[in-house]
Design a protein around this ligand. Sequence first.
Ligand SMILES: [Zn+2]
Length: 68
Amino acid sequence: MSGPVPGDGYDIARPPEPVPGCARCTDLGVRRAVARAEFDGSAETDMNVLLRRHQRAEHPSTVPTVLP
Ligand SMILES: [Zn+2]
């Protein structure tokens, strides 16, 4: 197990989890799971970025604040 990387705003070790009951989160979560199953690393990363961006906008309380 490795801890968070100091000074890195993106915590790659802990990808965002879809928020239960949110259609957008579920959609992105499913697409990420498909990308992961197909070993499509770039698509998986894209979905993580979209999930983070969406959750920062729509679910700010669920996203750990890593920025100063
Ligand atoms: Zn959501």
